[in-house]
Design a protein around this ligand. Structure first.
Ligand code: WT7
Length: 652
């Protein structure tokens, strides 16, 4: 059936609201108008390598200049060939060398309320000590270091210390199991694991070292474990293998110049779960990634010296790598870092932080925004959020009604919202409004950043009809792109560069409207096919979320004799009891909002939806449940396994 449409998707969603940037905002912005953006984009697209080379020359520190912008041997990219630089130098030493050492780099708040502030000069000292400690543990150029830590300044310090000496960090989100740590240690051949005795989450201590111990029993390549004392627990310390941070880092020399490294020296690996199969170790390298994180940070968040930037992501995700650590620090920004949960001690912890710390730019995920909506407006209303000037979202599509809530309640109708589309693989933001230049439409990530050239194609690689959905591809290499899958270049080629020759396949569906705005329609694998019409998940979900009773919705296809697939939806409600009437009302609501085709056949109310630990709804599992099958795929990334058990038993 798909072939009739050549891989195209039907669109059913209508969204006509448009929010131009406030004139006052644009006047003070880096990029002030749509025309200015368009000129920059056109100039970049005419010759991307030249465009990036000019920026790289000007904005990165080079121990030795590069001689060639891009060497492209599809799918292998080498950016800034012949140059020597260092990501850590660019994030830390450069600012100190340029007389900005006294500026605050990191303001940190622990969940229990403890705090710490580090200037760029202090960060330089700490990072140098840590780098020397790593060396004393036998770590050098090219060695892999797994980092399994709570969101503390030491997590950023550890990442930067690796970068400083050319070691490759592999940060593992501190919610993953011992099994997951062992898998990652073994896949990457990690020599060292850095962890903490514990980290605070909802008033409790997560016993991180204990979990690492389980992993180390199955990680033959790991020689040492470096342990930060954070929670005051007394973990098992294995003689000869485990060492305390305060013993080896605090006592180390603070003299450790950043190593001049080839541009393409691996900077980090970050594992991301494929929908099936083992996690992929996404590889990023020094110069291109750092430049891309810095520049996209400055453009999208319109960075100014007096900003207090808060990205709520954990460093265990790419968002934390690019927009807690590398991007903002390379730009010399003041970064806020918070250790714990958004609902500890109460559901207004984030707003309390924004108010007290005068946060100006706030970047979070749709899953968090939907939780805030569910927790009630009072929690937001009681705080003064007038310091905010830009809001951002990332990770999933944002339903237009959640966007509107964010705009009104958090942004006071004054802050542009940047809905940023990108991936672990892209290293940094690819599509997003520039807040002073591009009018926003709720639910659209608007336009590609300068130097990013997308194309939407059908499954034969042909451009789809204007306005239709299809496969999102990127047609030109960019500096932040992944350089491969660790240890598996064939898989890299197969996943991203084989189905559509000559283009990077992102794995998402998207459409581009008559104004050149992009709408991400969900993962390719999640498309529903109802009576030969290919429908995207987000459109049906957004229609449901626009109903006042609905907090979250997930739409999947389930087998149907006549239609091929029928729409099945899973819904969590706000403060309303489920009922047969409500079920009928919601069906009717979808029919009215987007048409009969998308009307759900089945509606199931549930207390919560299965999500990954980074907050994405796992539709794949719901699809199995809707079809009455055992969930077959990988469930190791599930945040809460009991959600699945409850859904299967139908007891909700
Ligand atoms: C996938 C990448 C990028 C950092 C966090 C996630 C989805 C991401 C958006 C957005 C619609 C989005 C896509 C993408 N996604 N941002 N603004 N609108 N969808 O990184 O875990 O590598 O996931 O997240 O499906 O491919 P990731």
């Amino acid at each position: 059936m798909a072939d009739e449409h050549g891989g195209e998707l039907d669109t059913v969603m209508q969204e006509s609201r448009l929010f131009p940037p406030p004139a006052e905002f644009s006047a003070g912005a880096r990029i002030k108008s749509l025309e200015e953006y368009q000129q920059l984009w056109d100039r970049a697209a005419a010759d991307p390598p030249k465009f990036w080379a000019d920026i790289a020359q000007e904005e990165l520190h080079w121990f030795e200049p590069f001689t060639e912008a891009l060497r492209w041997n599809e799918p292998v990219a080498e950016w800034f060939v012949g140059g020597k630089t260092n990501a850590c130098y660019n994030c830390v030493d450069k600012h100190v060398a340029e007389g900005r050492g006294d500026r605050v780099a990191i303001v940190w708040e622990g969940e229990p309320g403890d705090e710490r502030t580090l200037t760029y000069a202090e960060l330089q000292t700490e990072v140098s000590k840590c780098a020397n400690a790593l060396k004393s543990l036998g770590i050098g150029l090219g060695d892999v270091v797994s980092i399994y830590m709570p969101m503390t300044p030491e997590l950023a310090i550890a990442m930067l210390a690796c970068a400083r000496i050319g070691a490759v960090h592999s940060v593992i989100f501190a919610g993953f199991s011992g099994e997951a740590i062992a898998d990652r240690n073994n896949d990457a051949g990690a020599k060292l694991v850095i962890t903490a005795d514990g980290g605070w989450r909802r008033g409790k201590v997560l016993p991180l070292k204990e979990t690492v111990d389980e992993a180390l029993a199955k990680s033959p390549t790991v020689e040492h474990c470096l342990v930060l004392k954070r929670a005051g627990d007394a973990p098992n310390m294995q003689e000869g293998r485990d060492v305390w941070w305060h013993d080896v880092v605090d006592t180390a020399s603070d003299e450790c110049p950043a190593a001049p490294l080839d541009s393409e020296t691996p900077l980090f690996i970050l594992y991301t779960s494929g929908s099936t199969g083992k996690p992929k170790g996404i590889k990023h390298t020094s110069a291109g990634y750092t430049l891309y994180a810095k520049k996209t940070f400055e453009w999208v968040f319109d960075h100014r010296d007096d900003d207090v930037f808060w990205c709520t992501a954990d460093c265990g995700w790419i968002t934390g790598h690019s927009y807690v650590v590398y991007g903002p620090l390379a730009a010399g920004a003041k970064v806020l870092m918070y250790e714990g949960a958004p609902d500890h001690p109460a559901g207004d912890r984030f707003w309390d932080i924004v108010e007290r710390r005068k946060v100006t730019v706030f970047y979070t995920a749709p899953t968090a925004i939907r939780a805030f909506i569910k927790w009630g407006d009072e929690l937001v209303d009681k705080h003064d959020l007038s310091s905010l000037r830009i809001l951002g979202t990332v990770g999933e599509g944002i339903n237009p009604e959640a966007w509107m809530w964010y705009h009104k309640k958090v942004g006071g109708e004054r802050c542009p919202i940047v809905d940023t589309w990108w991936q672990t693989e892209t290293g940094g933001i690819m599509m997003s409004p520039l807040p002073g230049a591009i009018p926003t439409k709720p639910g659209s990530c608007t336009k590609p950043l300068p130097g990013v050239v997308p194309a939407i194609v059908d499954d034969h690689g042909q451009p789809v009809h204007p306005g239709h959905g299809g496969w999102l591809t990127i047609t030109q290499p960019w500096p932040g792109m992944l350089r491969g899958i660790w240890g598996d270049m064939q898989r890299y080629q197969d996943v991203y560069w084989s189905r559509i020759p000559g283009k990077y396949l992102a794995g998402d569906n998207a459409r581009c409207d008559q104004d050149g705005y992009y709408w991400i329609m969900g993962r390719i694998d999640d498309v529903l096919n109802v009576s030969g019409h290919r429908l995207s998940t987000i459109e049906i979900e957004s229609a449901l979320v626009s109903h006042p009773a609905v907090a979250e919705a997930a739409a999947v296809g389930r087998p149907h004799d006549l239609k091929g697939e029928a729409v099945a939806v899973f819904i969590t409600l706000k403060d309303v009891d489920p009922s047969e009437e409500l079920r009928e009302e919601l069906k009717h609501h979808v029919r009215k909002e987007i048409g009969a085709l998308a009307q759900p056949e089945d509606i199931r109310f549930t207390g919560s939806l299965p999500k990954t630990r980074s907050g994405k709804i796992m539709r794949r599992l719901l699809k199995d449940i809707a079809a009455g099958r055992e969930a077959v795929g990988d469930t190791t990334t599930l945040e809460d396994y009991t959600v699945l058990t409850r859904l299967r038993s139908g007891k909700e």
